[in-house]
Every structure is written in C-alpha cells, then in structure tokens.
Design a protein around this ligand. Structure first.
Ligand SMILES: NC(=O)c1ccc[n+]([C@@H]2O[C@H](COP(=O)([O-])OP(=O)(O)OC[C@H]3O[C@@H](n4cnc5c(N)ncnc54)[C@H](OP(=O)(O)O)[C@@H]3O)[C@@H](O)[C@H]2O)c1
Length: 258
C-alpha cells in the first residue's frame, strides 16, 4: 500500500525492531506516521525513534510511556506486538507455574499494562487505535507444542474484545490480528530445531507440524510484510467502523469458521 494516509499520526510498535513488528513499523512510517519502536535491545540501525524497555517489567513499561508522553505528547496508534512462544512443548505436565506466568506476562499482561497507561491520553483526545497481535494459536491450541502460549493468546483475544466494547463510544478502536506461521527468526529456528530433532528437513518438518492443524491451504508461510499491510489498513481512516473484531492472516489454515 502506497497510501500516505497516516500523516501526522504518532505510532508505537512494541517489539518493532525485528520480524512482524519491524515490518509494521516500516509500513506505518512509509504511510507517513511518526513511528516509535521499543524492544529490550537497541538494533544496530533503525530509522525509527527507539526506546529500550522490557515489557515484562512494569517499571520499564511506565518509563516507556512517560518518555513517549514527554517527547511526543502521546500517541495515536498503539501496536502491541511483543510476544512469542517461550515455554517448552510436552503438554500440561511439563509446564510449571513459572512457565505459565512467563507466557502470560509476555503475551497478555505486557499489552494490558501498556494499554492502561497510554489509554487516558487517547480517551482525552477522543481518538486512537490499538492493535493486539495475537496468533491463530489463540483459537487452536496444540497441546504438545504451545499450550501456555495458545492460552495466553486466547486470553488476549478475549481482553481485546472486552476493551473494544468499553471504548467503542470514546473514539478509540481496538482490534486483534492473528497471524498464522510467519517467516520470522523464531519461527524459522523453531522449524529447524523441530526438523533436526526428528531427523527430517525443515520443509518436511513444516509439513508435519502443519498437518497437525490441518495444513496451510495456500501452502506457504506468511511474510511479515503481509501482516504489516493488514495492520496498516486496520489503523487507517478506511477502517473507521471496525472495532472489537479479530483478523486471522493465515493462508486459510484455521479449519473452522470464526
Ligand atoms: N512468527 C510467527 O510465525 C507468528 C505467528 C503468530 C503470531 N506471532 C506473534 O507475532 C508477534 C511478533 O512475533 P515475531 O515472530 O515477529 O517475533 P520476533 O521476530 O522474535 O520479534 C520480537 C520483537 O519483540 C521484542 N521483544 C521480545 N521480548 C520482549 C520483551 N520482553 N520486552 C520488550 N520487547 C521484547 C524483540 O526485541 P528484543 O529481543 O531486543 O527485546 C523483537 O523486537 C508475537 O506477538 C508473536 O506471538 C508470530
């Protein structure tokens, strides 16, 4: 999309230094937005404003929000992209309390905390868009691979819907984007590790894994830029009547009507 429809908008993309977050940051900047990216580690180079923050640490989330308020006077677009699968497979018996807390902190609480701090300014200006980057796993858990991650994304879906309803008459839209397998570093590593442990090629590993979910009808992973283009549309003025809905971008892989 070449539209310069985000001119004058301030956007924060959490985890905007790599993978899907970086693609979203680049896409929104190309559309004219002033883009701030956050992550734990400063990238070697970025054309966006960078603020370091570990979003599983509440003090660092507050510091991030304060810096945005002081430097930019607030934001118009918040992309809660930070998240990921950080716990082992193997089902319920391998997952400890610590694993559950870790997955919920990263994939659910980080977004809830940041929304809570940044929302008063959006509500005051009577406009804003929040996107929660979830996963198709939030609707289809694989017990042996991603149980705690899937549960945390399902909770994120539910929270996002409730928040959207609460804010619908205050000018703030809230939406959820659920990618399927997307070609980013952790996904490629996950596939390589799975294939190595099974003694098969990464391509065969991908087929085996995807077979557990019914496969990807389009036969390939998403590119991060494809997710970014969907996010661009959803935060744009063209999507003014959309709130409270979930958008899967998965090449047709979710096997149910949702
Ligand atoms: N890739 C997929 O196949 C896929 C599929 C469905 C959903 N998703 C979702 O899409 C989102 C992005 O995934 P991705 O694959 O693009 O991940 P990625 O390439 O690993 O990028 C993650 C980004 O988040 C930052 N980050 C990680 N932990 C953080 C923390 N505790 N505090 C602050 N920043 C942190 C990373 O930078 P630092 O490491 O420097 O902090 C990086 O910028 C996640 O929510 C994921 O669940 C991905």
């Amino acid at each position: 999309m070449e539209l310069k429809d985000l001119k004058g908008k301030r956007a924060l993309v959490t985890g905007g230094t790599k993978g899907i977050g970086k693609a979203i940051a680049d896409e929104l900047a190309a559309a004219g937005a002033t883009v701030i990216v956050s992550a734990r580690t400063k990238p070697d180079e970025t054309t966006h404003h960078f603020i370091a923050a570990d979003l599983t640490n509440s003090d660092q989330v507050t510091a991030l929000a304060n810096e945005i308020e002081n430097t930019f006077g607030g934001i118009d677009i918040l992309i809660n992209n930070v998240g990921g699968l950080t716990t082992p497979g193997g089902g319920h018996s391998t997952l400890t309390d610590a694993h559950w807390h870790q997955e919920l902190d990263l994939n659910l609480i980080a977004a809830i905390r940041l929304d809570r701090i940044l929302l008063p300014q959006m509500i005051e200006q009577k406009s804003g868009v929040i996107i929660h980057i979830s996963s198709v796993a939030g609707k289809q858990a694989l017990w042996n691979l991603n149980m705690a991650y899937a549960v945390s994304k399902a909770a994120l879906n539910s929270y996002s819907k409730a928040l959207a309803t609460e804010l619908a008459d205050k000018g703030v839209r809230v939406l959820t984007v659920s990618p399927g397998a997307t070609r980013t570093e952790p996904m490629v590593k996950f596939l390589n590790d799975y294939a190595a442990s099974a003694g098969i090629t990464p391509e065969e590993g991908m087929k085996q894994l995807m077979a557990q979910t019914g496969g990807i009808p389009m036969g390939r992973m998403a590119e991060p830029e494809e997710v970014a283009q969907l996010v661009h549309f959803l935060v744009s003025p063209s999507a003014a009547y959309l709130t409270g809905t979930i958008y899967a971008i998965d090449g047709g892989s979710l096997p149910v009507v949702s």
